[in-house]
Design a protein around this ligand. Structure first.
Ligand SMILES: [Zn+2]
Length: 78
Protein backbone atom coordinates (compact mmCIF):
# COMPACT_ATOMS: atom_id res chain seq x y z
CA UNK A 1 0.00 0.00 0.00
CA UNK A 2 2.76 2.42 0.91
CA UNK A 3 4.63 1.78 -2.40
CA UNK A 4 1.55 2.46 -4.53
CA UNK A 5 1.05 5.79 -2.81
CA UNK A 6 4.63 6.83 -3.66
CA UNK A 7 4.30 5.87 -7.33
CA UNK A 8 1.06 7.78 -7.71
CA UNK A 9 2.69 10.95 -6.43
CA UNK A 10 5.64 11.02 -8.88
CA UNK A 11 5.64 14.24 -10.90
CA UNK A 12 7.71 12.97 -13.87
CA UNK A 13 4.99 10.81 -15.55
CA UNK A 14 2.62 13.51 -16.90
CA UNK A 15 5.47 15.48 -18.54
CA UNK A 16 6.39 12.51 -20.80
CA UNK A 17 2.94 11.97 -22.33
CA UNK A 18 2.76 15.09 -24.59
CA UNK A 19 6.25 14.42 -26.05
CA UNK A 20 5.17 10.92 -27.15
CA UNK A 21 2.03 12.27 -28.85
CA UNK A 22 4.05 14.80 -30.89
CA UNK A 23 6.45 12.13 -32.10
CA UNK A 24 3.58 9.83 -33.15
CA UNK A 25 1.95 12.58 -35.20
CA UNK A 26 5.20 13.07 -37.13
CA UNK A 27 5.46 9.39 -38.06
CA UNK A 28 1.89 8.70 -39.14
CA UNK A 29 -0.53 10.52 -41.41
CA UNK A 30 -4.13 9.82 -42.24
CA UNK A 31 -5.22 9.63 -45.89
CA UNK A 32 -7.14 12.79 -46.82
CA UNK A 33 -9.51 10.87 -49.12
CA UNK A 34 -12.85 10.76 -47.28
CA UNK A 35 -13.69 7.25 -48.56
CA UNK A 36 -10.25 5.82 -47.58
CA UNK A 37 -9.03 7.37 -44.30
CA UNK A 38 -6.22 4.77 -43.85
CA UNK A 39 -3.33 5.60 -41.51
CA UNK A 40 0.06 5.51 -43.24
CA UNK A 41 3.70 5.93 -42.24
CA UNK A 42 5.01 9.31 -43.41
CA UNK A 43 8.17 7.63 -44.79
CA UNK A 44 5.98 5.16 -46.68
CA UNK A 45 4.03 8.06 -48.26
CA UNK A 46 7.28 9.78 -49.32
CA UNK A 47 8.63 6.51 -50.75
CA UNK A 48 5.41 6.12 -52.78
CA UNK A 49 5.83 9.65 -54.27
CA UNK A 50 3.20 11.18 -51.92
CA UNK A 51 0.40 8.82 -52.95
CA UNK A 52 -1.76 6.63 -50.71
CA UNK A 53 -1.02 2.95 -51.40
CA UNK A 54 -4.63 1.98 -50.62
CA UNK A 55 -6.61 4.35 -52.84
CA UNK A 56 -4.05 6.29 -54.93
CA UNK A 57 -4.93 9.67 -53.39
CA UNK A 58 -2.24 12.29 -54.09
CA UNK A 59 -1.10 14.22 -51.02
CA UNK A 60 -0.08 17.86 -51.40
CA UNK A 61 3.60 18.28 -52.31
CA UNK A 62 5.71 21.42 -51.83
CA UNK A 63 7.22 23.08 -54.90
CA UNK A 64 10.82 22.15 -54.07
CA UNK A 65 9.92 18.48 -53.50
CA UNK A 66 7.88 18.47 -56.72
CA UNK A 67 10.93 19.64 -58.69
CA UNK A 68 13.11 17.00 -56.98
CA UNK A 69 10.66 14.25 -57.94
CA UNK A 70 10.11 15.42 -61.54
CA UNK A 71 13.63 16.32 -62.73
CA UNK A 72 16.86 14.34 -62.76
CA UNK A 73 19.25 15.27 -59.94
CA UNK A 74 21.84 17.91 -60.89
CA UNK A 75 20.10 18.99 -64.13
CA UNK A 76 18.35 22.08 -62.75
CA UNK A 77 19.31 25.17 -60.69
CA UNK A 78 17.21 27.90 -59.04
ZN1 LIG B 1 -6.10 6.55 -49.23
Amino acid sequence: MALQGRRGNSGAEPARVPARKVQTQLQFRKCENSTCGQTLFVKEIEKNLHCCKHCGHHFRVGSRRRVEITLDPGTWRD
